[in-house]
Design a protein around this ligand. Structure first.
Ligand SMILES: *Cc1c(COP(=O)(O)O)cnc(C)c1O
Length: 433
């Protein structure tokens, strides 16, 4: 699949069918729509493989482990693919722990992040013997120590530092490492908390961690974050932390969504990682999510109606914010194109069937002429797509399909009407207060 794979949409190209219609690897998207219906998420497994290989070769020779951020796409088949490639995972909940174990990861492959771990989640993670916890507050450190003592287990912890760097992200909702954000231990409090971790029984301080933001296409926030972490490392070592082994640089490696978008310079990132490893003397953990999966996937949807209203041309599709929340939640850009465009076509708004004005996939785009019944592909839907989908409007969540060369497989079936109501009852079993 060559060079172009690295820049984004290459697993989705025209021509495999001989008719110029869009295909995923060697499988026409129309074939998948016929087989599984729409809407559907379609992922290229070879794109995942190439992305992982690209990252691994950039980081070759640097002592590191890639812990894929499960929240970007937690499909079991995707997780199993990444496990086979040698990845570990970064999780943020007991549900993700369950998924990771089901996908065949062992505790030692798992790093547990997240700002609000419950006692129950901590206990389950200790039972699974996770590699380490990324601790986000003094309260969490104390709770981990208490649960570890009660369970008679040792908890390995890294302190997630808020490096307090100003980060430009697409939307302030994806900024995580600035002063006053809810994530991480405030920078100046880290040495004292490290000292506390060292003195707590059943707790072993094994590292420092940061995650400065998401969809970062410039190296600068990583550079500033690394400098801040290295300064802090001196102070933490001075607090007497004999078991430090890991420097976790988090995720956030940005990818192109629109044609011509800036992409993180991977070679420069690797050079920074190399210097961070050398200067710290620690092994690195990298937690990419979006980088590995975003451009592996499309959301495949069918046009239901065309309509003109108030000077706007609408394309109403059978997918919307319930399947892909990013446009309405973050004003995120996703490239949209007709799978088999007809002649003509002007600017359209692509909107979903959900009863919300914020339900849109794209505004003011040229996607190629489409009529009702035609297929449309929404690109870069492999990350933060299905995982953020919902049943709002009692919509059944779509299937997920994996493509490998000339073959495809449904790895998540479409929800049924019964699925929608299986947790509920019309006959409450009342309990007295
Ligand atoms: C979300 C998240 C990631 C992954 O972010 P991407 O932008 O998808 O790379 C990594 N680490 C932590 C702690 C996260 O919360």
């Amino acid at each position: 699949m060559g060079e172009s794979v690295l820049t984004g949409a290459a697993p989705f190209a025209r021509g495999a069918n001989g008719d110029g219609a869009l295909a995923c690897e060697g499988v026409p998207l129309a074939r998948i729509a016929d087989a599984v219906g729409t809407p559907a998420f379609v992922y290229s497994v070879n794109f995942l493989r190439e992305r992982f290989a690209t990252l691994s070769s950039a980081l070759a020779g640097i002592p590191h482990r890639v812990h894929y951020s499960v929240k970007a796409n937690d499909n079991l088949a995707v997780l199993a693919t990444l496990r086979e490639l040698g990845a570990g995972v970064d999780i943020v909940s007991a549900g993700e722990l369950h998924r990771a174990l089901r996908a065949g990861f062992t505790g030692r492959d798992i790093v547990f992040s997240g700002v609000g771990k419950t006692a129950e989640e901590i206990r389950l993670a200790l039972e699974a013997d996770v590699h380490f916890f990324n601790v986000e507050s003094d309260g969490e450190l104390e709770l981990i120590a208490a649960v570890a003592s009660a369970e008679g287990r040792e908890a390995r912890v890294a302190l997630r530092v808020n490096p307090e760097v100003d980060v430009e992200t697409l939307h302030h909702y994806t900024r995580t490492g600035s002063r006053g954000d809810k994530f991480g231990v405030p920078y100046d409090e880290v040495p004292a908390l490290a000292a506390r971790a060292v003195e707590l029984p059943r707790v072993r301080l094994v590292g420092l961690d940061m995650h400065v933001g998401s969809q970062l296409t410039s190296l600068a926030p990583f550079e500033r974050g690394v400098e801040r972490m290295l300064d802090l490392l001196e102070r933490v070592r001075a607090a007497g932390a004999p078991d430090l082994g890991w420097l976790d640089l988090g995720g956030g490696l940005g990818v192109p969504y629109a044609p011509g978008d800036a992409e993180l310079d991977l070679e420069a990132f690797a050079a920074l990682a190399r210097s961070a490893a050398e200067r710290s003397g620690l092994d690195l953990v990298i937690e990419p999510g979006r980088f590995l999966v975003a451009n592996a996937g499309v959301l495949l949807t069918r046009v239901l109606y065309r309509k003109r209203s108030g000077g706007t041309d609408f394309v109403i599709t059978d997918a919307g914010m319930t399947e892909l929340m990013r446009p309405s939640h973050y004003q995120a850009y996703h490239r949209v194109e007709a799978v088999a465009p007809r002649d003509g076509g002007g600017r359209v708004d692509v909107v979903g069937p959900v009863c919300e004005s914020g339900d849109f996939l794209a505004h003011g785009r040229e996607i190629g002429e489409v009529e009702p019944g035609d297929l449309v592909a929404v690109h870069s839907a492999g990350a933060y797509g299905y995982v953020m989908s919902s049943n709002y409007n009692a919509r059944r969540r779509p299937p997920e399909v994996l493509v490998d060369g000339e073959r495809f497989a449904v790895v998540t079936r479409r929800e049924t009407f019964d699925d929608l109501t299986r947790l509920e009852t019309t006959e409450p079993r009342w309990e007295d207060r």
